[in-house]
Design a protein around this ligand. Sequence first.
Ligand SMILES: NC(=O)c1ccc[n+]([C@@H]2O[C@H](COP(=O)([O-])OP(=O)(O)OC[C@H]3O[C@@H](n4cnc5c(N)ncnc54)[C@H](O)[C@@H]3O)[C@@H](O)[C@H]2O)c1
Length: 314
Amino acid sequence: MTCIVTGAAGFIGSHLCRRLLKKGFSVIGIDSFTDFYPKWIKNKNILPLMRDKKFEFIAEDINSVGLTKLLNRSDYVFHLAAQAGVRTSWGHNFSVYTKNNIEATQKLLEAVKDTKIKKFIYASSSSVYGLCPELPISETSPLYPFSPYGVTKLAAEHLCYLYYKNFGLPLVSLRFFTVYGPGQRPDMAFHKFFKTIAEGEQISIFGDGKQTRDFTFIDDIIEANFASLENGKPGETYNIGGGTRKKLEDIIPIIEKICDKKAEINWEEKQKGDVLHTFANIEKARKDLNYSPKTQIEDGLKEEWTWLRLLYSS
Ligand SMILES: NC(=O)c1ccc[n+]([C@@H]2O[C@H](COP(=O)([O-])OP(=O)(O)OC[C@H]3O[C@@H](n4cnc5c(N)ncnc54)[C@H](O)[C@@H]3O)[C@@H](O)[C@H]2O)c1
């Protein structure tokens, strides 16, 4: 069985490739190495996988790569490639988001619709809920994206759904809630906190620190992707949260304890596009995917710290 993983050199994509290879799948990874964060970090994600004969890597943009040939020798598609990041999605940068999140998804879906792909799994985001007034948020809760990024993730999700409806493409959307752990992107809070505290610099917290997030450990996200191959129902959307809703201000002492250093905090104004709370109702994923997040935040953060020390010391 062969899987295509888009965004293979990224945080989540590289973990997924590793796991698929371990399970005996052949993997075709596609990634264009966008410049959102340094290429050397993505190389560290992907280079160890290159040793595996069952791994083929294509360093190209989904918008221009010849997809049909690749799809014709594949069984499954995990579509993770995207321009991530809420705060950078304003202003002239928005075109990067439309190109990589909407146009690339449309190109991929167009190519997939004429193939025999058995399952297409789209990496959506809790950002599609935005200012949703309900907590916990379930899949039927209203969608009010609050950032341009969220709008593009939702647009791509809608595209996926209409290719399912019109062409019967067996498509599943997974809405990930704030993912952390080894490999986490350098723009994300825990990565920045650990790195900045270790360097003895001030960390910035935007807002009053009382905002909450449903943090999801990377291994749990990978399990959900895996389970979706077999059990994800075509046309359905699933919340994939970690079952750990924490205030940002309560994370700081955990991080201080792990890296054995006191944080100096620079309190800054809440950023445009940041929502106050996210909290996933994961009952649907529990039922259909047998999804059950396993990692406690303290353990997951320890793993991220161990990885970060290696990353910046080598
Ligand atoms: N990390 C999170 O907390 C989180 C939460 C919700 C949803 N997601 C979604 O999960 C997916 C993976 O996120 P991540 O955190 O691993 O991000 P990432 O930036 O580490 O990985 C994305 C990868 O996609 C590649 N890429 C972007 N556009 C491309 C294109 N047009 N063609 C080929 N490659 C392209 C980038 O080079 C990058 O390596 C994204 O779709 C993101 O929206 C992530």
